[in-house]
Design a protein around this ligand. Structure first.
Ligand code: ZN
Length: 292
């Protein structure tokens, strides 16, 4: 009887272990299929340019591009098995060199999220924000927990895989051409060492980069988010890494960091000082400029 119980227990353990592994493999396979399809579509679009002189810059959006490719018989109907939607990336259409993205595999949007209004908010932020809101609420309920950025984030990333929550997004998801125009003007007013054009070109370079959205808990418990180049140390006993912060998100608004001095402009912008008590103190004193 005891042996039988042990066997049953071992089988139960094996099943419990193998289900997540199987699910993980299945998702990996779906991701690969989706990526291959997008590569095929990209090649089809390039082919259309080569053999039929199709100028994609004349097409206004993803729907038009995909319709044309289907029309030409270069691609077939394809559905991402993870529930994502495949679309032609806007900037790649403008450049005439079309590439395709998946709303699930590239942008991290869960199926069904599509109708949600994400204007001015990148997908990486949304993903992280939802997870942290709940985690913070249950964390502070425990009186033993200290309301401290490092303590909370170490706790969070001990229980959650950082790769699932710290995602990259194109900064241009939230920093648009129009906003760059306006920002360059107001930054030039504060920092006359550089011309508007010079500031604009730095902003454009920044907008074209892909950065990770990472969290920071201010001393009053408010969670703010910021772009970072290197999030590799999160979840590895060091959640305090907050390098290269030029943009920070708080309560529906992204803020651009001020330029502290002329030489900072070369490397991007002023790194944030995270020691503030509250958002009003933080954004007030530091002279951040609202982006959206
Ligand atoms: Zn996909």
């Amino acid at each position: 009887m005891a042996e039988l119980l042990i066997v049953v227990a071992i089988i139960a353990v094996l099943v419990a272990v193998s289900i997540p592994i199987f699910t993980h493999r299945l998702e990996k396979a779906r991701r690969t299929v989706c990526l291959n399809e997008r590569n095929t579509m990209r090649r089809a679009a390039a082919m259309a340019t080569l053999t039929d002189d199709i100028d994609w810059t004349k097409y206004s959006d993803s729907a038009e591009v995909i319709a044309k490719l289907k029309d030409m018989g270069l691609i077939e109907e394809f559905e991402c098995q993870s529930g994502g939607t495949i679309y032609a990336e806007e900037n790649s259409i403008k450049a005439g060199n079309v590439s395709f993205r998946c709303t699930y595999h590239d942008d991290g949007k869960k199926p069904g999220d599509e109708e949600e209004n994400l204007t001015g908010t990148g997908s990486a932020l949304k993903n992280l924000q939802d997870a942290l809101k709940d985690a913070w609420e249950s964390y502070i309920k425990d009186k033993n927990n200290s309301k401290n950025n490092t303590a909370f984030l170490q706790n969070f990333f001990k229980n959650n895989n950082s790769e699932d929550y710290l995602k990259k997004e194109k900064v241009s998801d939230v920093l648009t051409e129009d906003q760059i125009e306006k920002l360059a003007k107001s930054m030039n007013e504060k920092q006359s060492d550089y011309t508007e054009t010079q500031i604009k070109s730095v902003l454009q370079k920044y907008a074209n980069s892909e950065l990770t959205v990472a969290p920071y808990v201010l001393r009053d418990g408010t969670i703010v988010y910021y772009y970072t180049e290197d999030a590799s140390r999160f979840g590895k006993n060091d959640s305090t890494n907050h390098s290269t912060t030029s943009m920070m998100y708080y309560n529906g608004t992204w803020y651009m960091a001020p330029m502290a001095s002329a030489d900072k402009l070369k490397n991007g912008f002023y790194p944030a000082n995270f020691n503030s008590e509250s958002p009003s103190e933080f954004f007030g004193k530091e002279g951040w400029i609202a982006v959206n």
